[in-house]
Design a protein around this ligand. Structure first.
Ligand code: EPU
Length: 339
């Protein structure tokens, strides 16, 4: 396999910002991955993994190590019964192609996660989710290369530490495992209403009353077209911030001052507040800060209109974060990972 040197990261990341990777390579199999990792580890070269590059931000100084692009293919039905089909998917598969294939097979479980850029292997890292589904709902297990023990491990769903936009792969075990495949269980039954708020509203408006995986996929693609920029046309990293999670006491304190603030109670009793709403209230929606446009269609998305450096992006991010902290006493968090 070829190892390239001094490669501009901005060519591989959808935000189109970032300096050079000292080394970069692509791997197409588990064996190739294990070999390249052992080689790098023996030389003490740090490793960073990218899939589609749509949820990673690089700094101007770049990455003084080896960036591995995972291209491991695979889409294999491993078992099936009357109600479900279990599929193992190579980490390098394009996620939306996987969704399309499963929908074509009339399976449900990931159809609402249509149109999300990136690769299948990246979905567990931040527990990717959209329109009421998240990968934690369908993931049975995954296989990963463990850089510490230099061996492949199988991890069950319960071992991944999934929560809202989080898993052990970006928290307690960050940098330790490299996902090589995911195994998901999809249902042969039709998707059932009620659906996620904005999806349900759209279905109602269009008077859609039959819900097949295909209809849900197409509806989500329609909604996304207006709300989320196509990274191939407008550089961005999707949602740039996570939604805010606050304790019950804080939600109760905010309610009288902002009676129209949307709040969703979570299973653990805390409340999720849409950061897009908070940003909109600061008046920043649609504005341009240091070349970064706060999307006029969705305040959670930062579009790189003319920024060339991480510093410009960071200044825009910090300005938004501070405004929200001052106005609501809420500390919002960046969603994309940083190299
Ligand atoms: N809102 C506003 N103004 C805005 C944007 C949102 O007021 O400019 C409020 C509205 O009240 C709206 C609520 O936020 O009802 C929720 O908005 P939406 O349904 O568009 O979703 P989101 O919370 O902004 C999350 C995910 C998206 C995912 C959508 C749809 C996160 C960080 N983002 O966004 O995921 O597509 O839900 O399910 O959880 C991503 O992670 O990159 C991503 C695009």
């Amino acid at each position: 396999m070829d190892i390239h040197t001094n490669i501009p990261l901005k060519n591989y990341l959808t935000m189109k910002i970032g300096g050079n990777a000292r080394f970069m390579t692509e791997v197409h199999s588990r064996e190739e991955l294990a070999a390249v990792c052992e080689n790098a580890k023996s030389k003490n070269i740090p490793i960073f993994i990218i899939g589609g590059g749509s949820n990673v931000i690089a700094r101007d100084e770049g990455y003084e190590g080896l960036v591995i692009r995972i291209r491991i293919p695979g889409f294999e039905i491993i078992s099936e019964d009357d109600s479900s089909t279990t599929i193992r998917i190579g980490a390098g598969e394009n996620w939306d192609s996987v969704v399309k294939r499963s929908v074509d097979m009339k399976l449900s479980g990931i159809e609402a996660m249509s149109g999300i850029p990136g690769t299948a292997g990246a979905t567990p890292i931040q527990n990717v989710g959209a329109y009421g589904q998240e990968i934690a709902d369908t993931l049975q297990s995954l296989e990963a290369y463990d850089l510490e023990t230099k061996s492949f491990v199988t991890m069950q769903n319960s071992e991944c530490g999934f929560s809202y936009r989080d898993s052990i792969f970006r928290s307690s075990s960050a940098g330790r495992y490299i996902i090589t495949s995911i195994t998901i269980v999809l249902s042969k039954y039709m998707p059932k209403p009620p659906f996620y708020d904005s999806l349900q509203r759209y279905l109602d408006e269009k008077q859609i009353k039959i819900f097949t995986p295909d209809i849900i996929r197409n509806t989500v693609l329609e909604i996304r077209k207006d709300k989320l920029p196509d990274p191939a046309v407008q550089p961005s990293a999707g949602s740039f911030f996570k939604n805010a999670i606050v304790d019950k006491w804080q939600a109760e304190q905010l309610k009288p001052s902002y009676p129209d603030m949307p709040m969703f109670e979570m299973a653990d009793g805390r409340f999720k507040i849409p950061t897009g709403w908070l940003i909109e209230k600061t008046g920043l929606k649609g504005q341009l800060i240091n070349g970064m446009r706060i999307s006029p269609n969705n305040a959670l998305v930062l579009i790189n209109e003319s920024a060339h450096s991480y510093d410009e992006l960071a200044k825009a991010r910090d300005e938004i974060t501070i405004k929200i902290r001052d106005m609501f006493r809420i500390q919002i968090e960046q969603e994309p990972l940083e190299m």
